[in-house]
Design a protein around this ligand. Structure first.
Ligand SMILES: [Zn+2]
Ligand SMILES: [Zn+2]
Ligand SMILES: [Zn+2]
Length: 159
């Protein structure tokens, strides 16, 4: 985690920004909750534990800054709430999401499944893909299992 903070710190500095204690606290919360897709309010509640003097406006501004720097990605999963997702260093492109429309669970697919498509675009359209977003809306395995238990059949009507 320290190495990643150091890297982001340098990234900020190269753009003329400082990693202030408030920015660092915000970043730590994002790193500690990497699997989650926190809203600004979620981040704020968690940052307050380590930096009680911080205000929501500062958290907002920090998140905006980090998303401009492509450290985080601002996402909308269709519930009207902006969420922030840390970009993975090893991945050039944004990871994919599986979003359950029933329980709201969001899982991530870290492997880039679009590489064959990106190669095709480059080949056939001379278009270089720099990034993409791929979110799937559907029913998660848990909800499917629950529905099967309750109704004895799945969504396709199979018994
Ligand atoms: Zn994600
Ligand atoms: Zn890709
Ligand atoms: Zn679900």
């Amino acid at each position: 985690m320290e190495a990643r903070i150091e890297k982001i710190k340098q990234q900020l500095q190269s753009q003329g920004y400082k990693l202030t204690p408030q920015r660092e606290a915000t970043l730590r919360v994002l790193l500690e909750n990497e699997e989650d897709h926190l809203s600004a309010e979620d981040v704020f509640m968690l940052v307050k534990d380590i930096a009680p003097e911080i205000g929501l406006a500062t958290v907002y501004r920090t998140l905006e800054l980090l998303s401009e720097m492509h450290v985080v990605e601002k996402l909308n999963f269709g519930d009207g709430v902006a969420r922030y997702d840390l970009r993975t260093e090893s991945n050039k492109h944004h990871h994919h999401h599986l979003i359950c429309v029933q329980c709201g669970q969001v899982s991530e697919i870290m492997e880039d499944w679009l590489i064959p498509l990106e190669e095709k675009l480059e080949r056939e359209y001379g278009f270089t893909v720099l990034d993409h977003r791929l979110d799937f809306q559907g029913i998660c395995a848990k909800c499917n299992a629950k529905a099967a238990e309750a109704g004895g059949e799945d969504r396709n009507g199979n018994a």
